[in-house]
Design a protein around this ligand. Structure first.
Ligand SMILES: NC(=O)c1ccc[n+]([C@@H]2O[C@H](COP(=O)([O-])OP(=O)(O)OC[C@H]3O[C@@H](n4cnc5c(N)ncnc54)[C@H](OP(=O)(O)O)[C@@H]3O)[C@@H](O)[C@H]2O)c1
Length: 506
């Protein structure tokens, strides 16, 4: 197989990365291993420092012991002495209470001293790896202490999800951020966009004549996006109670994936060209009335059941969850995009917790051939399907019909599958490596612009308001199933079914 490779290169942009939440789960599991692997791949600038900010009392030496363990546990590459030595020379720890606004002045002097010693210029990246309720306070602290002073080359801010809990809180948060940072310096994270297979959507569409020329309502019958998890809420019950599947998965990851699948070709691959096209998709989503939602949305919440042979509790019995909770842990939805390309082609999405299997995949179902030549009661043609699988494992699969040589007049479905090739490519960078690399070099293509976030909240708010209007009969699906029966009926009523490739073609 011929492979053309475009290498990522080291960037010559000195800088200081300040991580608020430096002792948290995200930093330990994702950010620190990502920094380790960027160093290993020679992708960090020569003059680069990391200042981890946490509330815990500890020295840098103690902090380093902790992150060494995290690298050993979570990095995709084994820890090597020379790279670890480099980490030790660039990472330091700083203790502060970030809710105390008087402490930012001291942080500023600490940062300035670090910058004087380390040739990072005055380029600063503030990564807010903290609970969302602290975003505004930290921004205020940074601004009032003039840590965001614009006299340096750049000052960037990285905001973890969720960005607001509805349109109005997202707007209010955004106003505060744009007061302190220019839009081009605001990086709203959606880590799904950092996944290689999600970026592959653009390559598949815009590097293959065969696909892009039939990527429309004339040839595509429907598109399905599934993001399912076997996990429940684990220790995050308090967070999930306020979030639910709509805010946790649909408003961000699913709508972002959908807009990449549905967008028009951008004029080039520059950040704003792609974001402009994605934004148009969200704007073209049909007016969502209550009557529409009555027929086209299914909310669910898991009850007790069995996962991988073990019995598990229902959502309402989870820690820090209201025993009468009305929070949805499952959403299935049919949507239309009202533009020339997609008018009439439904997009079905579903996401949920404690489902039968963990899987992330997009299925493009092409229209069926007329049932004239090859059709009878015994043999059924499967429509052509293009499957983009992004977790667990990655790959693209194309299904088509061929002659079944073992059966007279038989037809069978054959598959071309790139999973094996993708596995051969081996240890691909994690989403957070790609995202951190892009933040450092100032490329916001894989991050959400404010108008995209706003448009996504417009859609999500309508659904959330609709759900909150009436009491739902929760729980309404068993842990270990594929969600409420009504989610299957949603497609059945349209003469369709959910495709499931997690255990092969079914
Ligand atoms: N964890 C994930 O896998 C994941 C995935 C996607 C998105 N996210 C998002 O990432 C963000 C962080 O999540 P997380 O799971 O890492 O949270 P976490 O484990 O609870 O960590 C919170 C961090 O905030 C620090 N902190 C809290 N209050 C503080 C204060 N007053 N002053 C100084 N530091 C304070 C904690 O410091 P101490 O430990 O020193 O108290 C800790 O470092 C959230 O917005 C979450 O939604 C997380």
């Amino acid at each position: 197989m011929e492979q053309k490779k475009t290498q990522r290169n080291a960037i010559d942009l000195p800088g200081l990365l300040v991580i608020f939440g430096g002792t948290g789960d995200l930093t330990n599991r994702k950010l620190i291993p990502a920094i380790y692997n960027l160093i290993r791949d020679g992708l960090l600038p020569e003059h680069f420092k990391v200042l981890a900010v946490g509330r815990k009392e500890k020295t840098t030496q103690e902090y380093l012991i902790g992150i060494k363990e995290s690298i050993m546990k979570y990095s995709r590459n084994e820890i090597k002495e020379e790279i670890w030595n480099k980490i030790q020379s660039i990472v330091s720890y700083y203790k502060m209470d970030f809710t105390n606004l008087t402490q930012y002045e001291t942080l500023l002097s600490h940062v300035e001293k670090l910058e004087q010693k380390s040739k990072t210029k005055r380029n600063r990246i503030f990564y807010l790896a903290v609970a969302p309720e602290y975003f505004e306070t930290i921004i205020q602290g940074l601004q009032e202490s003039r840590l965001t002073d614009r006299s340096s080359d750049y000052n960037r801010v990285v905001i973890e999800k969720p960005f607001g809990k509805d349109l109005s809180t997202a707007r209010s948060l955004n106003q505060k951020i744009v007061h302190a940072f220019e839009e081009k310096n605001i990086y709203r994270i959606d880590h799904y966009l950092g996944k290689e297979m999600i970026q592959n959507i653009l390559v598949l569409r815009f590097c293959n004549f065969i696909f892009e020329s039939i990527w429309n309502n004339k040839y595509i019958d429907n598109i399905q996006i599934t993001l399912s998890e076997t996990l429940g809420v684990e220790s995050r019950g308090a967070y999930y109670e306020k979030s639910g599947a709509m805010r946790d998965m649909v408003q961000n990851h699913i709508l972002q994936i959908l807009s990449l699948i549905a967008m028009e070709p951008p004029v080039n691959l520059k950040m704003d060209s792609i974001r402009n096209e994605k934004q148009k998709v969200l704007e073209a989503m049909e007016e969502i009335s209550d009557e529409f939602l009555e027929k086209n949305v299914v909310f669910g919440q898991y009850g007790k059941g069995m996962i991988n042979g073990e019995s598990v509790a229902g959502y309402q019995q989870e820690k820090n969850v209201d025993p009468e909770s009305q929070t949805e842990t499952f959403v299935a939805l049919k949507m239309h995009i009202n533009n020339f390309r997609w008018s009439g082609t439904p997009f079905y999405i579903r996401t949920g917790k404690r489902l039968q299997k963990s899987c992330g995949e997009i299925v493009i179902q092409f229209k069926s051939m007329p049932e004239i030549l090859y059709y009878n009661n015994t043999f059924e043609q499967t429509p052509n399907l293009l499957v983009i699988k992004f977790q667990p494992g990655v790959g693209v699969k194309f299904c088509f019909n061929t002659k079944d040589f073992q059966v007279h007049n038989g037809i069978m479905t054959s598959q071309m599958d790139t999973s094996a090739v993708t596995t051969e490519q081996g240890n691909t960078p994690e989403a957070y490596e790609r995202l951190l690399y892009d933040i450092i070099r100032g490329d916001g293509t894989l991050f959400s612009r404010w108008d995209e976030v706003e448009a996504a909240w417009n859609v999500a708010d309508r659904l959330i308001q609709y759900r909150e209007q009436k009491k739902s009969p929760f729980p309404n699906y068993e842990a270990g199933s594929m969600g409420p029966v009504r989610a299957d009926i949603l497609l059945k009523e349209d003469g369709r079914k959910w495709w499931d490739f997690s255990g092969g073609l079914k």
